[in-house]
Design a protein around this ligand. Structure first.
Ligand SMILES: Cc1cc2nc3c(=O)[nH]c(=O)nc-3n(C[C@H](O)[C@H](O)[C@H](O)COP(=O)(O)O)c2cc1C
Length: 198
């Protein structure tokens, strides 16, 4: 039995930032144990306080707890590669965002930017609580829309898995090898003063 690596031992920031940013990573090893409702609501509460254009709060989260009636519907949206480890998740969440402004019905150009911010709040809160939060694009977006009855006015943005950190040895060999915190590009590759010059 092994335990998940400590991201603070694998990651080094080039400029001093809060440890929480480095502590947040995306493990796949989870125990399959449930989260308490208090934990789950605390995570969504963190998402609730994200910034958004005109304070539109256009994110919506459709969740299913492992073992519940809804679980199969959410789980069956996932590609095979994600099913392999998500079977030990406690909760699966589909992230939506409303594509138009409530005020005037006009298109909101930043709806996915805002739902991404809400996801990151949840991910950071999960890291702070010692829980796993792992984003996913490996699922059937059209099936999510139809099976979860998502109206046209909402975009299906992503899914994420929540759970308790587990034993990497329990993962399929291929995933076990990848169960280590990632590094990042240097700042100079992602910022530039003035016009685009990469
Ligand atoms: C929107 C989004 C989609 C992702 N999709 C998947 C996925 O389908 N399957 C998976 O195993 N990991 C997925 N990931 C995890 C990324 O691979 C991971 O965040 C990235 O490698 C950076 O590593 P870190 O989160 O551990 O810092 C996704 C992450 C995000 C934010």
């Amino acid at each position: 039995m092994s335990t998940l690596p400590d991201p603070l031992k694998h990651r080094k920031a080039d400029h001093a930032i809060l440890d929480l940013f480095l502590k947040r990573w995306s493990p796949r090893a989870m125990t399959g144990e449930p989260l308490t409702d208090k934990e789950l609501m605390t995570l969504f509460e963190a998402g609730r306080w994200a910034p958004s254009t005109y304070n539109e709060q256009e994110w919506r989260f459709l969740y299913a707890k492992n073992g519940s009636k809804q679980w199969e519907t959410h789980f069956n949206l996932l590609v095979e590669g994600n099913r392999a480890w998500c079977k030990a998740a406690a909760v699966l969440v589909v992230v939506l965002s409303k594509k138009t402004f409530t005020q005037n019905g006009k298109p909101n150009p930043v709806h996915t930017f805002d739902s991404g911010a809400a996801f990151e709040n949840i991910a950071l809160q999960a890291a702070h609580m010692g829980l796993v939060c792992h984003g996913m694009q490996g699922f059937d977006f059209d099936k999510a829309r139809s099976d979860l009855k998502v109206p046209d006015d909402y975009a299906v943005d992503a899914m994420f898995a929540l759970g308790r950190p587990g034993d990497p040895d329990a993962l399929p060999e291929e995933l076990k090898k990848r169960e280590t915190p990632t590094d990042r590009k240097p700042l100079k590759e992602i910022i530039c003063e003035g016009a685009f010059e990469f």
